[in-house]
Ligand binder design. Structure first.
Ligand SMILES: Cc1ncc(COP(=O)(O)O)c(C=O)c1O
Length: 379
């Protein structure tokens, strides 16, 4: 188990300890987290889908273990660092979903040599060669997925023809194993309207099924077609091309995901679970209080943090600076006291997690555990 040096450790198990934390603190609602993991696992089981959730969202071996216990076949990682930490903690079925710079190929091969259960992706012939050489030198067989650009325009092969070429090269190399393909439609995860997302998924620009068909025609059928995210997984399943789902944010359901409809009737199978707790440090203004969580405490690439507990009804959070935020009151007679605690739902979970050393794991009002964000940094 990773250990924590959090100054809040002595509060574990104390009544109402959730509200005694030194702030700013990252707070994880364990009931909601467990509910989200169970809901996703039940969905996957019902449709006979494999889950390889994305560890970039949590960077925590503790959470990876919960996902594995619920039936996940492995864990995706976005960086070499994440994969190294997860491997050190015994997490199996790792897939690094980002094509790495070729100079890292030997580090991946070394991981495989020391027993890590690891696969990588490649989208260029030079990267396939780098992995081939590194694997040969290390004396291992390295599984590689061909990364397909299915409309995101970030990484991935530019055409079915290149995908076929790479799959052929991997298959022919004695130190490489053709694991399958990856197609991640990141550009569609946050299309709020369910009907619009359904239409967008059906656009030919990405054409995941077309590339898979070309591979089958070339006698290179992928064993695994991996991809999908929290926004598209239910629709992806309807199309039937993906066999393995890389969902990440469903664990936490940040502010960005609150507006993304999971179905036409806007069911909510996953609940918000990750919060930043902050304390009031100044009450010398008529219409707002100042707190100790600012730009360094929240991921600032998305919407504003959403107040969930502790402030007068209707109050809104506003960034004030690196270390400070304002709680803007709705009513002129609203007020707060020094030291009052406020919790905000994180705006964008992945980069928000990366700002903290620890998850403060709570059930109701009690701090029940502290889990290190073991793979934070070195992204
Ligand atoms: C390759 C890949 N797969 C899966 C995910 C998970 O997506 P989400 O957090 O929307 O579930 C991400 C997130 O950025 C990703 O980059």
């Amino acid at each position: 188990m990773p250990t924590s040096s959090s100054p809040n450790s002595q509060l574990i198990g104390q009544p109402r300890s959730r509200w005694e934390l030194l702030t700013p603190a990252l707070v994880l609602d364990l009931d909601a987290l467990e509910g989200n993991i169970a809901a996703m696992a039940a969905w996957a089981k019902a449709g006979q889908h494999a889950l390889r959730p994305h560890g970039k969202s949590h960077k925590s071996p503790d959470i990876a273990r919960l996902q594995a216990a619920a039936g996940a076949v492995g864990l995706c990682c976005a960086s070499l660092r994440e994969a190294q930490v997860m491997a050190e903690h015994g997490i199996a079925g790792l897939l690094i979903t980002t094509p790495l710079a070729p100079h890292k190929a030997s580090l991946v091969a070394d991981m495989a040599k020391s027993g890590a259960d690891i696969s990588v992706v490649a989208d260029h012939v030079d990267l396939v060669s780098a992995y081939g050489e590194a694997a040969e030198e290390a004396g291992v067989v390295l599984p590689i997925f061909v990364d397909l650009d299915v409309g995101l325009g970030r990484t991935g092969t530019p055409s079915a023809q290149v995908a076929v070429e790479l799959a052929g090269l991997i298959t022919a190399h004695p130190s490489l194993h053709y694991g399958g393909v990856q197609g991640y439609m990141g550009h569609l995860q946050h299309v709020d309207d369910h009907g619009q997302r359904r239409k967008d998924l059906n656009q030919p620009s990405g054409d995941l099924q077309g590339i898979v068909d070309a591979l089958i025609k070339a006698n290179l059928p992928p064993d695994v077609v991996s991809g999908g995210g929290t926004g598209t997984h239910r629709l992806d399943a309807e199309y039937g091309t993906l066999g393995e789902f890389q969902v990440g944010s469903y664990l936490f359901m940040d502010v960005q995901y609150l507006t993304v409809q999971q179905s036409e009737s806007d069911e909510r199978p996953y609940q918000p679970a990750l919060f930043v707790q902050t304390s009031v440090v100044n009450i010398n203004h008529a219409n707002y209080a100042v707190t100790d969580a600012g730009l360094k405490s929240f991921a600032t690439d998305g919407p504003a943090p959403l107040i969930t507990q502790g402030a007068p009804a209707g109050a809104k959070y506003r960034y004030m600076g690196d270390e400070h935020g304002a709680i803007d009151f709705k009513k002129s007679y609203d007020s707060m006291a020094l030291g009052d605690k406020v919790e905000c739902l994180v705006p964008h979970c992945d980069p928000n997690v990366n700002l903290y050393n620890d998850y403060h794991v709570v059930r109701g009002d009690v701090l029940v555990d502290i889990w290190p964000v073991a793979a934070r940094g070195n992204s």
